[in-house]
Design a protein around this ligand. Sequence first.
Ligand code: HEM
Ligand code: MG
Length: 250
Amino acid sequence: MKFTTLLFPAVVLGAACPYGTYAPEEPTDTRGVCPMLNTLANHGYLPRNGRNINENQTVQALYDALNLTPDFGRFLFKAGRLSNPMPNATTFSLDDLNRHDLFEHDGSLSRQDAYFGQWSRFNQTVWNWTTQYYTSDLLDVQIVANSRAQRHTRSNLTNPMYSLSEVGYLFSVAENAAILSILGDKVTQTCPKKFADYLFTNEQLPFAVGWKKSALPITIQDLVTTFLAIQSATSFPPPPPDDSSVDIFN
Ligand code: HEM
Ligand code: MG
């Protein structure tokens, strides 16, 4: 047999799935609770098998696919690495993120609470509850704040084991901020509903519905800005414009 014939399957397979091209996960691959990291593995930005992801791979993937700054990528990688149960780990696998109550939390937008069963993969019923609160074609701070509050209220009322740690709370708000400022537009803090729906349901970057990678680099500060906006849009009643002007003793 000719060398070129032997090489053919490898060349074809490699060509079928170049870096950045979508291919559905294989049954032997590992995926988890984060719709965006699953998506980046489906596109080959992260290892397609979802395993042993190191810092450079994470930073490069988040930069190439989403225009996240390297500082932001390194910050996010830390959460991944800390979720690996091996001491002194330098990598993580996507299913390490499923550890309940470490970073994974109740009241997710598209996953059911661990109390009810399988909690790491997309759940259409849960996502329907979330999208019922997506009351405009353009998601904004108030809309994601409402739908996040709805998920936690529903979990609190129906799950006798419902809990949300301080870290879980930070993740929950930050994930909603990420929808607006990373998947959507960090300047306007909005995201077309169809981008979120496409990404969550297909675990594929939403090019088919008009999405483009942010032309502007996205920093940790961008996420924090949207985080704070969602936090104050969640308060009920809304906080007074300037808390220091309120003197409760007079
Ligand atoms: C969910 C980790 C990057 C968007 C999660 C969860 C974890 C996680 C642990 C599960 C929380 C839960 O719902 O219980 C990480 C790590 C990242 C990363 C370690 C980077 C190394 C990103 C990026 C985005 C993103 C870049 C950008 C859009 C989301 C969203 C959810 C989520 C929207 C909520 C899913 C839901 O509530 O159903 N992530 N993530 N993540 N992540 Fe990521
Ligand atoms: Mg969860």
